[in-house]
Design a protein around this ligand. Sequence first.
Ligand code: GDP
Ligand code: IMO
Ligand code: MG
Length: 424
Amino acid sequence: MFTVLTGAQFGDEGKGKIVDLMSKDYDIIVRFQGGDNAGHTVTVGDDVYKLHLIPSGFLYNARVLIGPGVVLNPEVLADEIDMLEKSGCNVEPEKLGVDSKTSVIMPYHIELDNLRESALTEKIGTTKRGIGFAYVDKVARNEIQFSDLTDKNKLMEKLSELAPQKKNDIKFLGGDSSIVMDEELIDKYVRLGKKLEPYMADVSYEANKAIDDGKSVMAEGAQGTHLDVIHGTQKYVTSSSTIAGSACSSIGVGPTKVTNVLGIVKSYITRVGEGPLPTELNDEVGKHFQDVGREFGTTTGRPRRCGWIDLPLILKSINLNGYTGIALTKLDVLSELDPIKICVGYKLDGEYMEYPPHLTSDLSRCEPVYEELPGWKQDLTHVTEFGDLPEEAQKYVKRLEELMGVPVEYISVGPGRAQTFKNL
Ligand code: GDP
Ligand code: IMO
Ligand code: MG
């Protein structure tokens, strides 16, 4: 079995929580794109793990892998391994593997991300983790790969060739170009490379072999569909392809092997950083989502912009990912609100549309059109099966399911493991 799981909105849908829960039944979990811009939260009892690189399925028995389509900050990975080991988790090389071809985020990528964000008049609102510049170097064939870090001579050879251009780029943006060939930084990266070397793996081989042997593999997406670098709301996107098909190309598993694709949908919508968000609310309902849903970025701590659930964007996600099922998260956060709204379409230049316009600039001008449903003034956080939800909450889920045309397979009513049930 090969399951692909992606976020259906703008990230932070609760992917980490659902991956943790499902990983009990999987042999391998692979992160396939993005880098430490991601922040996936796993809550087990009083323990809260905030993961940027290590797949969220590490707590059960699954082997967790970081695929070659990820951009890797080795310092963040080493810190994450230490953090998990201190919490008593096993992160030995038989538990975690990192593909040798994974592109490394170098200090100059982070510097360039910072400088470019500061220089832009219309900012993207990146996480300033160097993600975009590391992907640029991958595509330009100027990357430093994970395997290069283990050999100082090889690394110096590559860096010397790249240095003049990197220095120019940094100088052009007004930065300090000496970091490109800084001895101390290079030595630190080599030390990190040596420390992480035992984790080096061939991820496509492992994933294919496991699937062929009848084992279960899950691809864990980061970010969200509308942050996709090809199909998202450019330029306000991340630099990787976040949609389900990308799992195949990034891990190196053929599309014929995918058995199911799960979309994670939050019961409302959030966005960190700039870019259109047609249902954005700057009122007390928006504040309710932010406060009750604790909508502050896991990676940057920035407040997330919040709004009602946006069906046109979900319909586009269903097309882009081919979802076979949906996990609906944070239903509990809608409690106390009455009415509950679903954005079922937009008005643009006097026309009504049920699917997002293809131009980002037009999406920014869309006015949401809402369908209203009665709310439920009841706490949902202890509910453990669909039949025990208040009638109004059941109706909300059923209406969403009808509008999406894809079954809601999981419902989540709190951050904890027990606060999820299968909707059979
Ligand atoms: P991810 O990036 O998609 O993994 O999501 P994040 O971890 O960045 O953000 C989701 C946040 O919501 C985390 O703090 C989770 O613990 C929390 N969360 C997940 N599911 C639920 C839920 O059903 N209800 C509530 N109240 N919180 C949830
Ligand atoms: P998870 O996996 C939400 C956003 C940033 C910014 C844009 C580009 O936790 O859902 P980048 O640093 O990637 O160049 O920034 O993408 N972004 C996320 N938003 N959740 C994420 O990850 C994100 N990763 C990047 O806020 O708008
Ligand atoms: Mg997150």
